[in-house]
Design a protein around this ligand. Structure first.
Ligand code: V47
Length: 622
């Protein structure tokens, strides 16, 4: 994708060259970006990265924020929300009150609050248990690192045990609050009873290692310096390199309220908010999503942020106290229709998501799905989209949205294509291997023959690779294993005898010590040695019911971008590949290992696989 920016600030031009080459930005780069007056170019740079990561998608979740109590043992200077027991504004919600705020249409509940001295551990566990019992479809994002540390000390449980017990009763992810600014100077002045950077980061590291994805935040616009803000971002980036467990970053604009830290009316400026969003997107090259939290930014600033690097609006929220007690002027909740309108007006695809960022529904026409892995970049790199918008989406989810008629065309996982063959028209593009794939891998503690009865964790992202694994196990090696679907995001792999991983995660394996497994098998290589055929992982297809004009446009777009992509394999995957830790040579070699045209041998391979897979299913039915 080529982007031309007419820079007025030459510093930014140098930084943008680094960004386009997939090089990391430094503390000095961060400060130069804050210092710039070339605000629009900064936004365009961030939007470039946003497009690479999220295409035209902007996410939101139907959620509800719940703060079960505002009674807190801490007295942080910047917090207008917390109070002491017995004060007139103090409240404690019963489980019934909490449940009364939820409904079946929600997909996420976000729970954080004060830390009272007299609540029992069981009370917290019961809140989560009761929510799951009454609303099994609502996923729970709960408790900041501050609260986890409080539970650990108060109830004399190791951090791992606190998290394990919470996961057992339904915790899925953790919010990013409580990070404030990782500066000892600021901590001493504003929140000296709170945990500092080290403990906050350690708790998130532990959560990630246990398979709990989390978010991260920065509270800015009070007494911190710009340097402290950037150092904060660098520390988050460092942990993400290690664990890959952060889903999103949320810059929280300080609401002055009655805190006496700043005059009541001195909100952060829109320019500062937008610069912070843009700089976060550029510095945090390894965090998938940047949230424009409209509650603290206001709806207006959040709308602009969607073209300044942010790709997530958080959600409907329902009722929020922390920011509003400190004078936030945004509404208490937003209706789904309002969020959809804001995102559409920004020229993006409104994507309703679940807690792990899996798309559930999209509210836009003319959408092309994009497999978000390195091997798909040759198709999309220089795609002239015309009237279409691009939605990056894991293959299995793309199949689900196509079933609901929400996607016009895309690179579909083979099994999804075969299941919906009657409503699809094939285009001339595919991802087929020659003799290996390198990115559909089984990491295992056992050789194939010994996997009989063993527990294999399988990626949530594809049906095709899972079917290929089953065919290999049952037809080639004559063994039957047990499968358990993992969630997207970080997982605790130590629970499994083997795991099937695909895409960029599989490609990054060597940086993660092969996830602790001794053996690694390439599924396409196993297939090739057995069948002497390529394996077709995905095919380009469009919906049959599109207008003739749209179909023509899609054919032309695809043909152009394929020609361009194949001529430029040296450069196209660079940014993407470097972001996942590959060298230029590794990227080119990897991309050259695929065949992108659907020829006769590929069609033959599809037939053979379909036959083997159907035989497998018949056997299961018998
Ligand atoms: O940790 C407290 C901040 C945070 C003020 O993870 C204040 O998805 C501004 O973390 N002005 C809680 N901010 C909110 C939070 C959050 C919000 C939305 C989504 C997610 C997520 C997380 O609010 C606290 C603190 O840093 N805060 N007081 C104030 N006066």
């Amino acid at each position: 994708m080529t982007t031309t920016i007419n820079f007025r600030d030459k510093h930014l031009e140098t930084i943008f060259t680094k960004v386009q080459n997939g090089e990391r930005l430094s503390l000095e780069d961060g400060l130069a970006m804050y210092a710039t007056n070339d605000f629009i170019s900064l936004g365009k740079m961030a939007h470039y990265v946003q497009q690479q990561k999220s295409g035209d998608a902007v996410y939101f979740v139907l959620n509800r924020k719940i703060e079960p109590t505002n009674i807190c043992v801490l007295s942080c200077k910047f917090c207008d929300f917390a109070t002491k027991k017995g004060k007139p504004n103090a409240y404690e919600m019963t489980t019934e009150e909490i449940l009364s705020k939820l409904s079946d249409e929600l997909h996420e509940v976000h729970i954080t609050g004060g830390m009272p001295a007299d609540w029992e551990w069981e009370r917290y566990l019961n809140i989560l248990r009761d929510i799951k019992k009454h609303f099994p479809n609502i996923d729970i994002k709960a408790f900041t690192a501050i609260e986890i540390d409080f539970f650990h000390k108060k109830f004399h449980l190791p951090i791992e045990e606190v998290l394990r017990q919470l996961v057992d009763v339904g915790l899925r992810t953790m919010p990013g609050g409580g990070a404030e600014v990782f500066s000892e100077r600021v901590r001493r002045l504003l929140f000296n009873q709170k945990i500092g950077a080290k403990v906050w980061l350690d708790i998130h590291r532990t959560a990630h290692k246990m398979g709990i994805p989390t978010n991260c935040t920065l509270l800015y616009g009070h007494i911190e310096t710009l340097e402290e803000r950037i150092i904060h971002l660098l520390k988050l980036r460092e942990l993400q390199d290690e664990t890959n467990g952060f889903l999103s970053f949320i810059p929280l604009a300080f609401q002055p309220g009655d805190t006496n830290i700043k005059p009541r009316s001195q909100y952060t400026s829109a320019i500062d908010d937008l610069k912070t969003i843009a700089i976060s997107r550029l510095m945090l090259d390894n965090i998938p999503h940047i949230k424009a939290y409209w509650v603290m930014l206001t709806e207006e600033v959040a709308s602009v942020a969607l073209n300044f690097g942010a790709d997530d609006m958080d959600g409907t929220v329902g009722e929020e106290r922390i920011a509003h007690d400190a004078g936030a002027i945004s509404p208490m909740k937003l209706a789904k229709e309002q969020i959809v309108k804001i995102i559409r007006d920004a020229g993006k695809i409104p994507v309703e998501r679940d807690i792990y960022y899996n798309p559930l529904n999209i509210f836009s026409e003319n959408v092309i799905g994009k497999i978000p892995y390195l091997n798909a970049t040759p198709f999309y790199n220089s795609m002239e989209k015309q009237q279409f918008k691009i939605l990056p989406i894991a293959p299995r989810r793309m199949g689900e949205l196509a079933k609901k008629n929400q996607i016009d065309a895309g690179l579909f996982s083979l099994v999804d294509f075969l299941q919906q063959e009657n409503s699809f028209e094939l285009l001339n593009g595919c991802i087929a291997t020659r003799d290996q794939v390198k990115s559909v891998m089984l990491f295992s503690n056992f050789v194939w023959e010994d996997l009989q009865g063993k527990k294999i964790g399988i990626t949530d992202e594809t049906a095709t690779s899972v079917q290929l694994l089953k065919v290999l196990l049952e037809k080639k090696y004559k063994v039957k294993a047990q499968f358990e679907r993992m969630h997207s995001g970080v997982n605790d792999y130590s629970k499994y005898d083997a795991v099937l991983l695909i895409g960029d995660t599989a490609l990054q394996a060597k940086h993660h010590n092969y996830f602790g497994y001794e053996l690694v098998f390439d599924l396409a290589k196993e297939w090739y040695e057995w069948q002497k055929l390529p394996f077709v992982f995905a095919v380009w297809a469009m919906k049959k019911n599109l207008s003739g004009e749209k179909k023509e446009t899609l054919k032309v777009i695809l043909q152009h971008s394929m020609e361009n992509g194949e001529d430029n394999l040296e450069t196209i995957g660079l940014l993407h590949g470097k972001a996942i830790g590959l060298t230029k040579e590794e990227i080119v070699e990897y991309l050259q290992g695929f065949n992108y045209h659907l020829g006769e041998r590929e069609k033959e391979a599809m037939k053979v696989f379909k036959f083997l897979m159907e035989r497998e299913r018949e056997k299961v039915v018998e």
